[in-house]
Design a protein around this ligand. Structure first.
Ligand SMILES: [Zn+2]
Length: 323
């Protein structure tokens, strides 16, 4: 499988960009305070000691995702979650002289781009640790979805959102929607199929229009998934509002941007909350009644790979191999 995100524009990723809240620091299990906490936890729990644990940020993601997946009866191919250094890391890496980009890469504007996707858990030198720290303190707090089922968060997301589970739930539901509805694939298919012979500017405009439509759909469905899971969908509207304010994002609509402007996003979410959400919720409940609820064997199963710093959830029943 191609490990790269679907790349259909100069902004290759679908992401939430949903703003900031106050937060906390030092969430890594490798940190001394965390190691002490883990040791005390082991001594008290007397079970599961020695098992590698995901960082606390991904444990928060697991908690809200598990409930969303269960409540919404989602069964799909594996979904994976990871942390990334974040979108500002290439800038800091370049400043620190750690980036060995070719002139061609620099001219193309993607010098050191891979630094954004490095795991924040890995840093062997003081300079690299400083890049991670600056990316964490001054990051864009974004989340994004790759077409092959990987959802990543800049670690700075958890600095600004802190323990705000409502915000995290809305963002996870938004990203899950991108994956479940195959938004990346549909964009790529349009760009490389129906629109492939359009003049470049028209093609970019068509792609932006489609992407913005997908973003609004993901916002709406995040509210529906949140309501199905028994939480107040108003939190998602508040999240959009807080996010825009904390990002100081009051930019006018840009026709070639992947995301609609804050004003349109907020208006769309409020309009959905006023009526269509209740209609969709009733339709979902009716359909769920016919399906008979969560099927046996489809409860989410989680695993953590410490080598790749990857949290995976499986929702399809395990295949039974015949003897
Ligand atoms: Zn999105």
């Amino acid at each position: 499988m191609d490990p790269q995100p679907v790349s259909v524009s100069s902004r290759p990723l679908l992401h939430a960009g949903l703003g900031r809240h106050s937060g906390r620091q030092g969430a890594w299990w490798g940190a001394p305070a965390q190691a002490l906490g883990a040791a005390l936890g082991c001594a008290l729990a007397l079970a599961g000691c020695g098992e590698p644990q995901p960082p606390s940020e991904l444990r928060q993601v697991q908690a809200v995702s598990d409930q969303l997946l269960r409540a919404n009866g989602i069964r799909t191919t594996p979904i994976r979650f990871a942390l990334e250094a974040g979108e500002t890391a290439p800038y800091w890496a370049q400043k620190a002289g750690l980036c060995k980009a070719s002139k061609q890469e620099t001219d193309a504007g993607d010098a050191c781009e891979h630094w954004a996707h490095l795991s924040p858990a890995d840093a062997e030198t003081p300079a690299h640790r400083q890049v991670n720290r600056l990316s964490y303190l001054l990051g864009t707090a974004s989340a994004r979805t790759y077409a092959h089922g990987l959802i990543t968060f800049d670690r700075s997301f958890f600095l600004v959102h802190g323990d705000d589970q409502g915000a995290l739930r809305c963002v996870v539901a938004h990203e899950l929607t991108h994956f479940l509805r195959r938004h990346g694939f549909l964009s790529s298919r349009a760009v490389n199929g129906a629109w492939k012979d359009l003049p470049e500017q028209q093609r970019q405009r068509a792609l932006a229009t489609l992407s913005q439509t997908q973003e609004l759909a993901a916002d709406r469905n995040a509210m529906l998934m949140t309501a199905i899971a028994g939480h107040d969908p108003v939190l998602c509207v508040q999240q959009l509002q807080n996010g825009a304010q904390l990002d100081a994002d009051y930019a006018p609509e840009a026709p070639l941007e992947s995301h609609p402007g804050y004003v349109r996003r907020l208006a769309s979410a409020r309009a959905y909350l006023k009526g269509p959400l209740q209609r969709d919720l009733a339709a979902w409940r009716q359909a769920e009644g016919k399906r008979g609820g969560l099927q046996e064997g489809s409860a989410p199963r989680w695993s953590w790979d410490p080598n790749d710093q990857l949290l995976t959830v499986r929702t399809l029943p395990e295949r039974r191999v015949s003897p």
